[in-house]
Write a protein that binds this ligand. Structure first.
Ligand SMILES: NC(=O)c1ccc[n+]([C@@H]2O[C@H](COP(=O)([O-])OP(=O)(O)OC[C@H]3O[C@@H](n4cnc5c(N)ncnc54)[C@H](OP(=O)(O)O)[C@@H]3O)[C@@H](O)[C@H]2O)c1
Length: 270
């Protein structure tokens, strides 16, 4: 975020839970820093949901443009980055947030589903970043990609999702190394259990909801805003010395395993 007068951003998966919250958080941050937000918000297809997000951002003072691109299509990724740079007049921030899940056991997963998940959850970030490289080098900009705790720990039954998110996290660490000399910072966030349209069917089951809440040491399911505020931090000057990290946003979930072992020593609190 180097441009003092405007913040130019591309957000993919913008109409989803975390994407929409990120757009609104970027707007709030830009306003707080006296910047005009010029934002390209991308969805997989045009339609009323994308139009409504653009209208909401414009009404709040942003210069917003809705763009449609199927990120499973390599040419569409490159076109999207170029369109975003054109409508924003450059680029300071690339938020690669779009993701898909095709739950399946690996023994029966189809090649089509494997490829789709890797195309959207891993390859799209590289193609968007590659197309935006010159613009980001010019602005000494920032990339934040949305990984998952499934990229850090295997999630049986989620098909290619864990391998694809693991590859995404490593892709961003490598980009961080290759582009640090250009002043481009690249980081990932790895959300844990977050209630969004992607996961809503799970949380509609009241018993599953309660058991999931109990599994999280902080005692609640994450919100899209929890993820959005971490993304905004990684975009801003406060994280100016941070590159190549993965920020886990899971309320302590993943570190809780050993605390559940039967017969563990009792923790002293006094
Ligand atoms: N919710 C969680 O618990 C959780 C946990 C860890 C990580 N994540 C990650 O967080 C990110 C956002 O997820 P979310 O929970 O906010 O889910 P969401 O509400 O379903 O949003 C996902 C977004 O990805 C977009 N997308 C999917 N396939 C696409 C394609 N082929 N081309 C372009 N865009 C595509 C969707 O766009 P359309 O609606 O236009 O199709 C949608 O806006 C994902 O990368 C997900 O893996 C989520």
């Amino acid at each position: 975020m180097k441009n003092p007068v405007s913040l130019r951003a591309l957000v993919t998966g913008a109409t989803g839970g975390i994407g929409r919250a990120t757009c609104l958080a970027l707007l709030a941050s830009a306003r707080a820093h006296g910047q005009q937000l010029k934002i390209a918000v991308a969805a997989s297809r045009p339609g009323p949901t994308l139009d409504a997000l653009v209208a909401e951002l414009q009404a709040a003072g942003a210069q917003a443009t809705g763009l449609a691109a199927d990120l499973a299509d390599a040419a569409a990724c490159e076109q999207l980055a170029n369109q975003a740079i054109a409508v924003c007049g450059g680029l300071d921030v690339l938020i690669s947030n779009a993701g898909v899940v095709r739950p399946q056991a690996l023994a029966t997963l189809t090649l089509t589903d494997w490829n789709l998940v890797f195309e959207v959850d891993t390859r799209a970030t590289w193609l968007l970043a590659r197309s935006a490289y010159q613009a980001l080098a010019k602005s000494r900009g920032v990339i934040v990609a949305v990984g998952s705790i499934s990229g850090l720990f295997p999630f049986p039954g989620l098909g290619a999702y864990s391998p694809a998110k693991a590859a995404l996290i490593m892709l961003c660490r490598q980009l961080a190394q290759e582009w640090a000399g250009d002043g481009i910072r690249v980081n990932t966030v790895s959300p844990g259990l977050v209630r969004t349209p992607l996961t809503e069917p799970v949380y509609r089951d009241e018993e599953v909801l309660q058991r999931r809440i109990e599994a999280v040491p902080l005692g609640r399911i994450g919100t899209p805003e929890d993820v959005a505020s971490a993304i905004v931090y990684l975009c801003g000057p406060g994280s100016g010395y941070v590159t190549g990290i993965d920020m886990r946003l899971d309320g302590g979930l993943c570190d809780h395993k050993l605390g559940n072992i039967p017969g563990k020593p009792r923790a002293r609190t006094t």
